[in-house]
Design a protein around this ligand. Structure first.
Ligand code: DGY
Length: 318
């Protein structure tokens, strides 16, 4: 029996690639780099199913070549890289990978939160540079995390997981979200308008998808509303923050620090960011654990199997 033709745009962890080779006609061996538009077109033109990644820009033009494509399984929870309306118009099902990356991404938001507050990366750099002259009472002072107010913008799965972790740090949690959410038993999360969250948060963590409404949700005005001692954490999408405004706010001391995993023009980083000492910069590692990346791949394959068998997708996007 002929196997369905699968196009994978980027090399995935070995157990996922092994399953793919076993179950599908893999159109080409995916490289460990972003494909060119021409390579994408070539693959989309032949495939019954595609596994895409968040760095592939999938617009109406590319989809117009995908004449036999039934399902586009995006290897990410976010899907702002895909023109969903164009896919829908062509009857192509689009799926994402919710839930399986929630803990990994929430953990990474906390890694940034702690790294910025306690100056972990600066300290490491100091040691490696050989400039540390020994302990001193006023040396490299950070700021307490325990007991501080954690503000969350976007209380979806990842926002909630970040909020749950705050319990161990005895942090009051305030949040803004279109709908109220129920806190786990014993916890109290306080829903407030955006500006109230901006004004009161000691640490503000962003967990909204990138849409026309959330693009530059945090810009100069919002940064001005925040405390001068506040720290901003972004593990959502770079364009939720106006990066130029953030650079100015960090340089002028209008906010105290930032921890960023995502950028407006990945992999290009705003030149102003790399010169600042009060920002920790990671290369989009939110879901980057081996276990999570394997689960994401398997979830893509389950969705593909369901749709190619004529069933409903397990994780269709709206
Ligand atoms: C996602 O899944 O949207 C994440 O950004 C991947 O790390």
């Amino acid at each position: 029996m002929m196997k369905p033709r699968l196009f994978v745009t980027r090399r995935l962890p070995t157990p996922v690639m092994d399953r793919i080779r076993d179950q599908y006609d893999l159109l080409s061996d995916p490289p460990d780099r972003a494909l060119t538009p021409q390579e994408l077109r070539h693959g989309f033109a032949q495939a019954d199913a595609v596994v895409s990644t968040l760095s592939d820009r999938i617009g109406a033009d590319l989809l117009s070549h995908a004449t036999s494509l039934k399902i586009l399984a995006n290897y990410a929870v976010g899907y702002n890289n895909i023109d969903i309306a164009a896919a829908r118009a062509r009857g192509i099902v689009v799926t994402n990978t919710p839930d399986v990356l929630t803990d990994a991404t929430a953990d990474l938001a906390w890694a940034l939160l702690l790294a910025v507050s306690r100056r972990v990366v600066e300290g490491d750099r100091w040691i490696r540079e050989g400039t540390w002259a020994g302990w001193a009472p006023t040396q490299m002072l950070g700021t307490d995390v325990s007991g501080k107010t954690l503000g969350i913008i976007g209380m979806g799965r990842i926002g909630r997981a970040v909020a749950e972790r705050a319990h161990g740090f005895r942090m009051p949690v305030i949040y803004t979200s279109p709908r109220p959410v129920t806190a786990p038993r014993g916890l109290s999360w306080n829903r407030q308008p955006l500006d109230a969250v901006l004004r009161q948060s000691d640490i503000l963590s962003l967990h909204v998808p990138l849409t026309d409404t959330t693009r530059h949700l945090i810009g100069q005005r919002e940064l001005n509303v925040m405390k001068s001692t506040a720290i901003l954490i972004n593990t959502s999408r770079g364009s939720v923050v106006d990066e130029a405004a953030l650079v100015s706010a960090l340089a002028s001391g209008s906010i105290a620090g930032a921890g960023l995993d995502v950028y407006e023009q990945e992999p290009t980083i705003h030149a102003g960011l790399t010169g600042l000492h009060n920002v920790v910069l990671l290369p989009h590692l939110g879901s980057a654990t081996l276990e999570t990346r394997i689960r994401m791949g398997m979830m893509c394959l389950e969705n593909i199997a369901a749709v190619l068998a004529g069933n409903a997708a397990l994780n269709p996007v709206e």
